[in-house]
Design a protein around this ligand. Structure first.
Ligand SMILES: [Zn+2]
Length: 442
């Protein structure tokens, strides 16, 4: 068997519960992992390309299980130090003026940022409503992506009601056109916005469409205290119990946030197989609360880590997210032993992939998708490196990612992103974003 890429002499962290290999090799054939093992045991003869990963970690790329690059990229740094609903209201003023070209450059910037920070798969919750610019951008920089069409029918999102019903009622056409496209990397999904912005009828139809076409669902759920108050007032129960009463919750659902769960809610998520995308930085920044991680883990819920959009996190950087997750849960539980480094790495990779219903990625073992990153540990800020897992979670930075491979394709080599002009992307994105702000907020 001819090997396409051999990555050798690094510390392999395969994830998925497998032990690290101190001097290991990962080989890739086509779009799949061919072999993982000690360098002495893995045959790399005839490999088309050999990457020396000395002083580096070879690991699966990060799975970012909840983000909004299409829209939120345009809102990064626009609005700081405000509450969730004020923030959503101002964002909406810009969203009304989105145009395809602006979204295209925003998407390109977001894709480059993710490739450069080692994110190889992402779960997009659309609140830009025009999906095509992101599909176009993904043709140029093909990450593994699930793009969820955003739907809503009330509150500040009421303006997209007609579009939402129309799109839901003709979703089969979109499935035919886009699902499993871009060489199988691109999937589409359904993203009802949240229990305070979608009614029961909309959640019912989303469930019907998901069942009919076997497409995943991605919704915000139990994000903060205001949502709890809204659902209590309108439906007399919690957001999780309300969605469960509609027959909505199943294993194809990724629920972002879930900061406001009680034991019964956690039990329902476990029983239905609903997954959680955990966004601790966004939740803390918007003062929404903190997921009770110990509780949902005890019930057996799958939890992936996620950045959320750049409006509420400001970067697409899973290193920051891992470090913050570790710290905030130690603080909240009063237990420094809670959430060890290997577990937070699993949440950012293998568990994150499962949380976004893309189990083909997130682990390095033969037959899995060849989504691999190489992270340099030979840096001043990581020295002396006693424990690579500790370095990755607490000391490493996004800029330490040297190489990013998606489906066997080297998207970034030695920090150079293949086939794109980064300076042109930054220039166009900056010009379009500032023009959007000017016509929206003045
Ligand atoms: Zn979100």
């Amino acid at each position: 068997m001819t090997i396409d890429i051999a990555i050798t002499n690094g510390t392999v962290m395969p994830m998925g519960g497998a032990s690290a290999i101190e001097r290991g090799t990962v080989t890739i054939k086509g779009d799949k992992i061919a072999a993982v093992g000690p360098s002495a045991d893995v045959d790399i003869a005839g490999a088309v390309k050999v990457i020396d990963a000395s002083n580096c970690v070879i690991m699966p790329g990060f799975a970012n299980s909840h983000t909004h690059i299409a829209s939120n990229m345009l809102l990064r740094g626009l609005l700081e130090d405000v509450r969730l609903f004020e923030w959503l209201g101002t964002m909406w003023k810009l969203k009304q003026n989105f145009d395809p070209e602006t979204l295209y450059w925003a998407n390109m910037n977001g894709l480059v940022e993710m490739v450069k920070s080692g994110i190889t798969a992402f779960n997009e919750h659309f609140d830009a409503y025009a999906v095509e610019p992101q599909i176009e951008a993904l043709k140029e920089l093909p990450l593994r992506a699930t793009l969820g069409y955003g739907f809503a029918d009330r509150g500040i999102y009421a303006q997209i009601t007609d579009w939402s019903w129309k799109t839901l009622n003709s979703f089969g056409d979109l499935v035919d056109r886009h699902h499993h496209s871009n060489g199988g990397l691109l999937q589409i999904g359904l993203s009802p916005h949240a229990p305070y912005s979608c009614g029961a009828e909309m959640y019912h139809l989303v469930r019907e469409v998901a069942d009919a076409y076997s497409v995943p669902i991605h919704t915000h759920l139990a994000e903060g205290p205001q949502e709890i108050a809204y659902v209590q007032e309108h439906y007399g129960t919690s957001p999780v119990r309300w969605l469960h009463s509609l027959g909505f919750l199943k294993s194809d659902v990724t629920a972002a946030h879930c900061t406001q769960l009680d034991e019964e809610d956690a039990r329902i998520l476990a029983e239905t197989g609903t997954k959680i995308a955990h966004c601790p930085i966004c939740n803390a920044k918007l003062s929404s609360g903190t997921l009770h991680l110990e509780c949902v883990q005890r019930h057996g819920v799958t939890v992936g880590l996620a950045t959320d959009g750049p409006a509420s996190h400001n970067t697409l950087d899973m290193f920051q997210e891992m470090k913050f997750a570790s710290i905030i849960h130690k603080d909240k539980t009063g237990n420094a032993e809670f959430l060890p480094t290997t577990q937070v790495l699993e949440m950012a990779t293998a568990e994150g992939a499962k949380a976004m219903n893309r189990p083909e990625t997130g682990q390095l073992c033969a037959g899995m998708a060849a989504d691999v990153i190489v992270v340099n540990l030979d840096t001043t800020h990581t020295m002396p490196v006693y424990d690579p897992a500790a370095s990755l979670v607490y000391s490493s930075r996004a800029d330490d990612v040297l190489h990013t491979i998606v489906a066997g394709q080297l998207l970034m080599e030695n920090r150079i992103v293949a086939g794109v002009d980064e300076a042109e992307i930054r220039r166009n994105f900056h010009a379009k974003a500032h023009a959007l702000r000017t016509r929206s907020l003045t």
